[in-house]
Design a protein around this ligand. Structure first.
Ligand SMILES: Cc1cc2nc3c(=O)[nH]c(=O)nc-3n(C[C@H](O)[C@H](O)[C@H](O)COP(=O)(O)OP(=O)(O)OC[C@H]3O[C@@H](n4cnc5c(N)ncnc54)[C@H](O)[C@@H]3O)c2cc1C
Length: 455
């Protein structure tokens, strides 16, 4: 049996804090899957790269990654084709396929370090309505050049009216992958600094509390981007919570299963199974009790099930479902962003590594223009407009109520979540610990909490 997933507790490699001034060819802010993948690609090309991590390597969203590697994790291609057209959808499929190929190569190089396991994946429709939509999804995927086969022959423990089979997907151990990326990049010259939260980015100068790095290329890989303007990503991104449960069960199953609507993902893991449950938006509703949700929605389908462990985290979601990867804005060609993977960070971060390194090295990167932050967007939906109005409300509550603890990102009123002992920002999803230390971006400064009422 493999060792249990425990990166969060064993993550720190004891890298130093950045002190004083350094020069580099490229500086990367953030040591998660994005920052580390981009670092490896740039180091391979011979660049001198410095990576600044505010906490410890792999401690952000990456710490909860469930190791599902699939070109489809919910119905997406049909909607993308309808919103953005067939050529964008084909470019999306091709760049994702290329990223999967690169990931597979790394797994080969790393031998057993990633615990790579090839497996077939199914999108599972729960009812007749979803089954209808799944057939549209299959057509869109095929038009985009992504082979898939309608197939009810699946051994999914959860109800399935119909299924769509995508062959030769995989699972891996995300902790092993992060360790491999880190080790390999260091061998190629990467300099890593931990506990070095970036507090300002000024053209080609990146500053932390105790030091700074001067570099012609700056890459913001902080999950939610910490630079507000240019780019204005805070108007187009949200953070959502999900959880991975390690389960012990006698339920027979084979393969990897994704709810067609994106509610769950299921795979074999550590002799039992890993169930990923996709939950709610950060700060918008009281935290769900994950185990209770599991009992209500899934437990009855799994014979003799018990929960071994639960790990939850947050990831960034873009308004149109495509990640933002590329130049921060048209006016800043040397400042890059990589975010908005919407729960598909293993492949997304590899797309970021391939795309951003190609741009820095002056190589052809045409298919990747679909990910540029300045792409033509669709009109915002009703839900998005509603969410923006609610954000404006929280912002006003923050500025009009002098006693409310405020988010240091843009001043919205923070809400306390007793279950996780965290303060959360309903606007953009920054999180702070009990006493106000910043835990996750976009905030870069600690919040003033003293004396505030936890409600
Ligand atoms: C529960 C869960 C399960 C998931 N499972 C899967 C899966 O099975 N397959 C899959 O493909 N994807 C999965 N994902 C998504 C995937 O984990 C993320 O998309 C991915 O980890 C994002 O990586 P990142 O490097 O962009 O962000 P992060 O991992 O959040 O890294 C950003 C880093 O930047 C640092 N940082 C922030 N602000 C600053 C600053 N000011 N200065 C310096 N550093 C800073 C943070 O400390 C953090 O370490 C899952 C996500 C969650 C929440």
């Amino acid at each position: 049996m493999q060792k249990k997933y425990d990166w969060k507790n064993n993550g720190s490699q004891g890298y130093p804090i950045l002190r004083g001034r350094r020069n580099a060819d490229a500086v990367i802010i953030g040591g998660g899957l994005s920052g580390l993948s981009i670092a490896l690609w740039l180091c391979k090309a011979g660049l001198r790269v410095t990576l600044l991590e505010g906490n410890t390597i792999g401690s952000g969203s990456t710490a909860s990654c469930g190791g599902f590697v699939s070109l489809a994790t919910s119905m997406f291609y049909h909607t993308l084709e309808q919103k953005m057209g067939q050529s964008v959808t084909a470019a999306y499929a091709q760049t994702q396929i290329s990223a999967l190929g690169a990931l597979r190569e790394i797994a080969g190089e790393a031998q057993k370090a990633l615990h790579w396991r090839d497996t077939n994946a199914w999108l599972v429709a729960k009812n007749a309505r979803e089954a209808q939509l799944l057939s549209l999804e299959a057509d869109a995927m095929k038009r985009a050049g992504l082979p898939c086969t309608p197939s009810k022959e699946m051994h999914c423990p959860f109800p399935g009216e119909d299924g769509l089979l995508i062959r030769d997907m995989a699972t891996l151990d995300a902790a092993g992958y992060v360790k491999y990326l880190t080790k390999r990049s260091e061998q190629l010259g990467l300099r890593i600094f931990e506990k070095s939260r970036v507090t300002s980015v000024d053209t080609n100068m990146v500053s932390t509390q105790h030091g700074s790095v001067l570099a012609p290329y700056v890459i913001v890989a902080t999950g939610y981007p910490v630079v507000n303007t240019p780019g204005w990503y805070f108007l187009r991104l949200m953070q959502k919570r999900s959880a991975v449960l390690q389960l012990e069960t006698n339920a027979p199953f084979d393969g990897m299963f994704f709810d067609a609507n994106g509610d769950y993902a299921l795979r074999r893991s550590y002799g039992g199974m890993a169930l990923q449950m996709n939950l709610d938006r950060v700060g918008m509703s009281p935290n769900m009790i994950v185990e209770k949700e599991f009992e209500m929605a899934y437990a009855s389908y799994l014979d003799g099930v018990s929960i071994d462990s639960t790990i939850s985290g947050i990831d960034t979601y873009s308004a149109d479902g495509l990640p933002y990867i590329g130049a921060y804005s048209k006016k800043t060609p040397n400042l890059f962003v990589a975010t908005g993977y919407g729960g598909r960070g293993l492949i997304g971060s590899m797309v970021a590594a391939q795309s951003i390194s190609a741009k820095i090295l002056g190589l052809q990167a045409e298919g990747y223009s679909i990910y540029e932050g300045q792409r033509e967007g669709k009109k915002p939906s009703r839900d998005e407009v509603g969410a923006s109005l609610s954000i404006a409300g929280h912002y006003l509550q923050g500025v009009t109520n002098s006693k409310a603890p405020r988010c240091t990102h843009m001043g919205c009123k923070l809400v306390y979540r007793p279950m996780t002992c965290m303060w959360e920002c309903p606007c953009h999803g920054s999180r702070f610990d009990d006493i106000g230390h910043v835990i996750s971006a976009p905030a870069t400064q600690d919040a003033q909490i003293h004396g505030s009422k936890r409600m």
